[in-house]
Design a protein around this ligand. Structure first.
Ligand SMILES: [Zn+2]
Length: 306
């Protein structure tokens, strides 16, 4: 079965802080012609350089996926990619006036809501598929990371996470074409362990972070002095940090963390630029493993075409 390519029916705009830089960002997703794929355009730079959201343009995967082509570089693209691609958008031009997408609430909920609001339109061209005909594996045994893609008629993804965390525990999540992305996956927020936050703040990262843009996992109770330091960094007085989730945050799903990992891998594998017909099994996936897998498939694609 084949289907036609789609683009967004009308422009949609998002504003917010970039997680790492703390800079205010405005991002507008615009309709694009068939066969153009998803392309970011740095409208704040001279000449408005563009970078295609494709695996070979991935330049960094530390705490988010970054793509780069010449002077055009954009970080943390995975959430908007996940929402656009999973909701059926093959072609779009994304104007952005900063080196990083806005973090919003750490999920893709607002992206999905806006895509739903304006809708998508069918284009003339047929969609391109990647038919998985053999097994692809990427693994980092030492870290317990393993992503495997096997042949299947339709796209589906299973994620399992286990961080040896008493708070998070073992979690699983599942996606297939019948899952309602806007309600089941898009609302799931990114997460961070409290002990990682201090290090990131020291490194000058997560400047745009706030307790509203991530689930913060508190693995063990922290001292009062540490708590105060974190309050200061986030400009808040009221941060509670008993074991569990910071500020007694209510999860949107019991397995919200595994669902967020699913959101991420859907976005990262979209960098193949083709719809995958295959089953993905991901154990402790991350941006490095996800994009390495996208690159493996992309390489296979180019050797097959040539
Ligand atoms: Zn994420």
């Amino acid at each position: 079965m084949s289907s036609k390519q789609r683009t967004i029916a009308a422009p949609i705009t998002f504003s917010g802080k970039g997680l790492h830089t703390g800079e205010l960002v405005t991002m507008t997703v615009r309709p694009a012609e068939a066969e153009s794929g998803i392309v970011f355009r740095r409208v704040d730079l001279k000449g408005e350089p563009t970078v295609a959201a494709l695996a070979h343009n991935v330049s960094d995967t530390a705490r988010g996926t970054t793509i780069k082509d010449g002077k055009a570089k954009v970080s943390t693209i995975e959430h908007i990619m996940s929402a656009l691609w999973t909701m059926g958008i093959d072609n779009a031009i994304i104007d952005i006036n900063a080196p990083e997408t806005p973090i919003m609430d750490g999920s893709a909920r607002e992206y999905a809501a806006e895509i739903t609001r304006v809708g998508t339109i069918e284009q003339q061209a047929e969609r391109h598929y990647f038919e998985v005909e053999e097994e692809f594996v990427f693994e980092i045994p030492k870290k317990g990371v393993r992503v495997v893609i096997t042949p299947a008629e339709e796209y589906s993804v299973d994620v399992d996470v286990d961080y040896n965390s008493v708070v998070v525990g073992c979690q699983s999540s599942h996606y297939d074409l019948s899952v309602d992305y806007p309600t089941q996956i898009a609302p799931c927020r990114t997460f961070v362990f409290l002990h990682e936050i201090e290090l990131l703040l020291k490194l000058g990262l997560i400047k745009g972070g706030s307790v509203e843009s991530a689930i913060v996992v508190v693995e063990k109770p922290i001292s009062e002095s540490t708590r105060k330091r974190i309050c200061k960094s986030f400009g808040r007085e009221d941060i509670a940090a008993e074991k569990g989730y910071l500020n007694h945050l209510a999860l949107r799903f019991d397995n919200e963390i595994a669902r967020h990992k699913l959101l991420d891998i859907l976005g990262d594998l979209a960098l193949l630029g083709r719809r995958i017909r295959g089953h993905v099994q991901a154990l402790r996936p991350g941006h490095f493993a996800n994009t390495q897998m996208a690159m493996q498939l992309e390489k296979k694609l180019t050797t097959t075409i040539q």
